[in-house]
Design a protein around this ligand. Structure first.
Ligand SMILES: N[C@@H](CCC(=O)N[C@@H](CS)C(=O)NCC(=O)O)C(=O)O
Length: 202
């Protein structure tokens, strides 16, 4: 099996970190999204919406969407549990994962796409929307700061996929000049913990 990946993009990184945490070895095939390689007929046959990452199994079956790829590997190899182990943990991990994804990861992504024009060959950037998305991301950092006053990790007392999504979001946010500051002591403490994990290099 292999994963179509883009080393510089934040979404595929989530999957790389997830697999590193599980200790799963993978073959990665680099796709240059800046040049639009992801939009080729060949790649769209693997994922009709032309995005990475894509997992391709040995029989040619493809799974796209980072959460779906991670769900597949969690089912194949449950431990260490990154989607939660008990019913309560699973519910809490998914709640935070979705909130981090919608309120932080996507906002930073939209801020990047609409304010830099990086993909202007394939979309129409709306700078006002990009600015608004950046404001939304900064607002959500406050939510995470309060959350991390109560718990070690985002979804509770265990590391989970919600931490991976938040970590990749915050790392990528530098490209739109959104950074942690003095007003984020808990997030800064948590971010250092994330950086110190060997998987952060993935
Ligand atoms: N919801 C998808 C998002 C995938 C996505 O947006 N990938 C970006 C890289 S971070 C991409 O392929 N962009 C290329 C493009 O939009 O042309 C997932 O979680 O996998």
């Amino acid at each position: 099996m292999k994963i179509y990946d883009t080393k510089t993009a934040p979404t595929p990184r989530r999957v790389r970190i997830f697999l590193a945490e599980k200790g799963i070895e993978m073959e990665y095939v680099q796709v240059d999204i800046e040049k639009g390689e992801n939009l080729s007929k060949h790649m769209r046959a693997k994922n009709p919406i032309g995005k990475v990452p894509i997992l391709e199994l040995d029989d040619g079956t493809c799974i796209s969407e980072s959460d779906a790829i991670c769900t597949y590997f969690e089912a194949l190899q449950p431990a260490p549990y990154l989607f939660g182990e008990t019913a309560l943990e699973k519910g809490q991990v998914m709640m935070w994962q979705r909130q981090v994804e919608f309120c932080l990861f996507m906002q930073i992504g939209m801020c990047f796409q609409h304010s830099t024009g990086y993909f202007k060959d394939r979309m129409t950037p709306v700078p006002e929307y990009g600015k608004e998305a950046g404001i939304n991301a900064v607002k959500f950092l406050k939510v995470l700061e309060r959350r991390l006053e109560q718990s070690e990790y985002i979804a509770g007392d265990k590391y989970s996929i919600a931490d991976i999504t938040a970590f990749c979001s915050i790392d990528f946010a530098r490209v739109v000049d959104i950074k942690l500051g003095d007003e984020h002591p808990q997030l800064t403490r948590w971010y250092q913990q994330m950086r110190n994990r060997p998987s952060a290099k993935a």
